[in-house]
Design a protein around this ligand. Structure first.
Ligand SMILES: [Zn+2]
Length: 212
């Protein structure tokens, strides 16, 4: 079973205030009598479900095209942490043991990808440190940022940088039951870019045992 955890990309998808929303420019159109349909995408690379590169939050840090694909592919745990708006998620809110190197946190504080709300929950930097100590290499979240909307210091991002961990943002996790999955969320090989959209999916590993 596959869970698609990416929001649809269209002009209706809301982006960070001031960033570039998605727009489709149609160059050729079969329905207008052209031989083919051909279009151009204009958009931020922080679009919908996306992977941040360290260069987004660190000077001289790696861009997205040099990041190991290992971050974005493999065993992954989904945890639901119903958080309050405008709150910081801390390690003691995690009730279950962390058993995979990739962790997706469903906060429920950014419910509509087509309506940007600024009061989403974010990660306490101590939580990122805690997860690093438990072998987590990637954290994904159902909000537009791992830091609060108004944060200038970006303490959670800095902790990801310090420990060379990876970030996925803008995921849609409300329909995914908690548990263990295989994550597949590969960034495009966009040279020198600070992020890339991903088609993020979770493959259920339960019930896939083939009878002898
Ligand atoms: Zn981002």
């Amino acid at each position: 079973m596959i869970f698609d955890i990416s929001p649809p990309i269209s002009a209706r998808l809301d982006v960070w205030p001031g960033d570039t929303p998605a727009a489709r420019e149609v160059l050729c159109d079969i329905s207008r009598g052209d031989d083919i349909t051909l279009s151009t995408l204009h958009a931020t690379v922080h679009l919908g479900a996306h992977a941040d590169a360290p260069s987004h939050y660190g000077r001289d840090a790696p861009a997205i095209h040099v990041r190991s694909l290992n971050y974005y592919l493999g065993p992954c745990q989904v945890v639901h942490l119903p958080a309050s708006r405008d709150s910081l998620i801390t390690a003691n809110m995690l009730k279950e043991p962390i058993t995979a190197g990739r962790l997706l946190l469903a906060t429920g504080t950014f419910p509509d990808p087509e309506r940007f709300n600024q009061d989403f929950a974010a990660l306490a930097p101590e939580l990122v440190e805690f997860l690093h100590q438990r072998g987590v290499m990637l954290v994904g979240i159902d909000t537009p940022s791992v830091d609060p909307f108004t944060s200038k210091e970006l303490p959670a991002h800095r902790m990801f940088l310090k420990h060379d961990m990876a970030i996925l943002e803008g995921l849609v996790l409300k329909d995914v039951p908690p548990g263990l999955y295989e994550l597949i969320a590969l960034p495009l090989k966009l040279v020198d870019f600070d992020a890339s959209p991903v088609r993020a999916i979770l493959r259920s590993t339960a019930g896939t045992a083939v009878p002898p």
